[in-house]
Design a protein around this ligand. Structure first.
Ligand SMILES: [Zn+2]
Ligand SMILES: [Zn+2]
Length: 358
C-alpha cells in the first residue's frame, strides 16, 4: 500500500532545505512511482546547499535550481505503481528494482534528436526542479520520458545509490580515450575520482596516478589500484609525474578536484598531444595559460557531463565487483537527519553519505 503523504527534503534556497511532508503523486500515463531505497549526497548537492552561482544565479540571472524542489539525484528504488502504458514503455513491472538516469531528456531538441540526450537543451535533472521529485523522499516519480534501467537485488541500497555518480565517472574515463599502457592521472580522488580510478584500470593503463590533498583518500586510491598516490600539498607534483614518464608528462589527465587550481597544474603535467578531461564543477573561473593548449602542446580538451550510455555497464561492473563502491560509503542517515548528514559531508572527512527514507 502506498501512503498518501511522504517525508521529503526540499530546497527553498541556499542553506534553506526543509524536511517536509508532501502528497505522494499518482503516476500518470507512462510514469513510474518508485519507493526509494536510499539517496546519495553529491558534491553538487553541497554546492547547491552552499549557494553556488550555477544553482542560484547572480546579477538578476536565475540559476539552475527552481525551488521548492525535492532534492537528490543519486537514487534507485522499487516500482510500486505504474501509470497507463508505463510497464510497456519502460519494460518494467511492479516490484522491479530500477534506476532512472538523472536527466529526463525532452526528446525533441537537436541534441535529443541526435542521440546526444545528455546535452538536452531543456535539461531537467532530478533534485533541482520543482516539477520533479528527487531521491530525498520516500517515493519518487519517474516522468514518462525518463530513461529507466533495471538494478539487480544483489546491490545494497548504498551501492544502488552509487550507480549515478559511477556512471558519470565512466563517461569521463571514456572521454579520456585511454590506450593500453598510457600514464593516466586522476586529479581528485573523492567519490567520483575513486570510481574513475577503478574504471580507468579496466582500460589497462601502464601507470595510474592519483592526486589529492587528503591522505585518507590517497590511501584508498592506493588500495584500489593506483600505482602512485601523491599529495599535491606536499611536493612538486608536476615534476613527480614527469620523473615517472621519462620527462614527457602523463598521456591522460582527468580533472575531478572541484578546485580551479588543478587546471593549470594539469596543463603543466600533461604531455604534448595528450588528452585533458574536464569533469569538475567550479565555483570560480580557472585561470590558465591558454597557449599551452594550442601552440605548446596541441592538446585534446574533452569536457565530460553526466553518464550517457553508461548506466548498464556501470550496473554490471558494480554487480560483478569490478567496480567496488562499498569502501566509499560512509554513513546512512535517516532523511529527517538531512542537516546532520549535510554537515558531515561538508566536513570533507568522509566520502559518500547516504540518506534513507523514513
Ligand atoms: Zn551527483
Ligand atoms: Zn532535448
Amino acid at each position: 500500500m502506498v501512503a498518501e503523504t511522504m517525508t521529503v527534503v526540499r530546497t527553498h534556497g541556499p542553506r534553506d532545505y526543509r524536511v517536509e511532508e508532501i502528497p505522494v503523486p499518482t503516476p500518470g500515463p507512462g510514469e513510474v512511482l518508485i519507493e526509494v531505497d536510499a539517496c546519495g549526497i553529491c558534491a553538487s548537492d553541497m554546492k547547491c546547499w552552499l549557494g553556488g552561482e550555477l544553482f542560484w544565479g547572480s546579477d538578476g540571472k536565475s540559476g539552475y535550481c527552481e525551488p521548492p524542489a525535492v532534492a537528490g539525484h543519486e537514487f534507485a528504488g522499487h516500482v510500486v505503481a505504474l501509470g497507463e502504458g508505463a510497464a510497456e514503455r519502460h519494460g518494467v513491472q511492479l516490484g522491479d528494482r530500477v534506476i532512472a538516469e538523472q536527466i529526463i531528456p525532452c526528446g525533441e531538441c537537436r541534441f535529443c534528436q541526435n542521440g546526444q540526450y545528455w546535452m538536452c537543451q531543456v535539461h531537467p535533472i532530478f533534485g533541482f526542479k520543482s516539477f520533479l521529485i528527487g531521491g530525498m523522499a520516500k517515493y519518487s516519480l519517474y516522468p514518462a520520458k525518463s530513461i529507466v534501467h533495471k538494478v539487480p537485488e544483489s546491490l545494497s541500497a548504498g551501492e544502488a545509490a552509487y550507480i549515478e555518480p559511477a556512471a558519470c565517472a565512466w563517461h569521463a574515463v571514456e572521454r579520456g580515450e585511454i590506450t593500453k599502457g598510457d600514464t593516466v592521472v586522476i586529479a581528485g580522488v573523492g567519490n567520483i575520482g575513486l570510481c574513475m580510478l577503478q574504471i580507468a584500470k579496466l582500460f589497462e593503463p601502464g601507470q595510474l596516478i592519483a592526486l589529492d590533498a587528503k591522505d585518507y583518500r590517497l590511501d584508498i586510491a592506493s588500495q584500489m589500484g593506483a600505482d602512485l598516490s601523491i599529495n599535491v600539498t606536499g611536493e612538486d607534483v608536476v615534476q613527480r609525474v614527469k620523473d615517472v614518464t621519462d620527462g614527457y608528462g602523463c598521456d591522460v589527465f582527468i580533472e575531478a578536484t572541484g578546485n580551479p587550481a588543478a587546471v593549470p597544474l594539469g596543463l603543466q603535467m600533461i604531455r604534448k598531444l595528450g588528452t585533458f578531461v574536464e569533469f569538475s564543477v567550479f565555483n570560480e573561473p580557472a585561470t590558465v595559460n591558454w597557449t599551452i593548449i594550442g601552440d605548446t602542446k596541441e592538446l585534446n580538451i574533452h569536457g565530460s557531463h553526466l553518464g550517457p550510455y553508461c548506466y548498464p555497464k556501470t550496473i554490471a561492473a558494480i554487480a560483478d565487483g569490478r567496480l567496488d563502491v562499498k569502501p566509499l560509503i560512509a554513513e546512512a542517515y535517516p532523511l529527517t537527519s538531512f542537516h546532520e548528514a549535510m554537515e558531515s559531508s561538508l566536513s570533507g572527512g568522509v566520502l559518500k553519505n547516504i540518506l534513507v527514507p523514513v
